[in-house]
Design a protein around this ligand. Structure first.
Ligand code: ADE
Length: 266
């Protein structure tokens, strides 16, 4: 997977992702990341990339020209198969008829990002992220290049860089070879509309608090049942909206009834 990020702050992107699991995936060549500085593409002699909004109002708006030229340069790179073209295969998997990649504009007005989107986007060969700053980006260039408007939640950040990093991290976890243990992306929170159960490790007793007995029993079926019950309780408490969508089986319903937890049809 090749990630390209169009930004005014490329160091923020590179520094934010070059450690830990995403950093290792880059070292191993499983993912490639290039943060492209939009300012490098401005035709303005003072290197300005923004101007006052037509119609008045507070703040500045990013101009279309540097964004458009930056985008074209990325498309050129992708078509030439550099730098992200892993082992020379310039696959057009999931890209549109013209071989154009999806271009994700990070904006609080977009569709809210979630785990399902992360899974879907992980199937792309190339992804381009566009990070805005100031009061936004001229709508004309957005209409020309953006395929997806995405928000990471109902709050306003100072720019699209943190949302782009959040998305790249969440997407990368679904790419084969990024996690040590591929199973953990399957059994984690949000799979089957359930939040993950609590985890424990050594010591068996910490400050007088013991690890739940069942986890030491070696009885796999009981452990699995206990974990499922914990997931049900957690999801019911923290995410009642998700809990309504859980597919409950007979044992789930029995557990919920015994614990006075109301459930719908399930
Ligand atoms: N830019 C500013 N706030 C944002 C948000 N919540 N999601 C995506 N991009 C943003």
């Amino acid at each position: 997977m090749n990630f390209y990020v169009m930004t005014l702050f490329p160091d923020m992107i590179m520094n934010g992702l070059n450690t830990s699991i995403t950093g290792r995936a880059m070292e191993n060549g499983i993912i490639k990341l290039e943060a492209v500085n939009i300012r490098d593409y401005t035709n303005d002699k003072h290197k300005h990339v923004d101007d006052y909004p037509y119609g008045g109002g507070a703040g500045m708006v990013m101009q279309p020209q540097p964004v458009y030229d930056c985008y074209n340069n990325i498309i050129k790179k992708i078509n030439e198969g550099t730098p992200g073209d892993i082992e020379g295969e310039n696959s057009e998997k999931n890209e549109d008829a013209g071989g154009k990649p999806r271009v994700i504009f990070l904006t609080p007005t977009g569709k809210t990002f979630n785990q399902q989107m992360a899974r879907e986007l992980a199937a792309e060969e190339n992804l381009v992220f566009l990070c805005g700053h100031y009061e936004g980006i001229d709508q004309r260039v957005l209409d020309m290049i953006v395929t997806d408007n995405v928000s990471i939640g109902d709050y306003v950040l100072t720019g699209g860089e943190l949302p782009a990093m959040v998305m790249i991290d969440a997407i990368s976890r679904h790419i084969k070879g990024v996690l040590n243990n591929d199973i953990s992306a399957e059994t984690e929170s949000f799979t089957d509309n359930l939040l993950e159960y609590p985890q424990y490790t050594r010591p068996e007793e910490f400050m007088g608090v013991k690890v739940p007995e069942v986890l030491l029993s070696g009885h796999h079926a009981n452990i699995e049942r206990w974990r499922r019950n914990q997931s049900l309780i957690r999801t019911h408490q923290a995410r009642p909206d998700m809990f309504e969508r859980v597919e409950l089986d007979k044992k789930d319903r029995k557990f919920l009834m015994e614990n006075n937890i109301k459930y719908g049809k399930g």
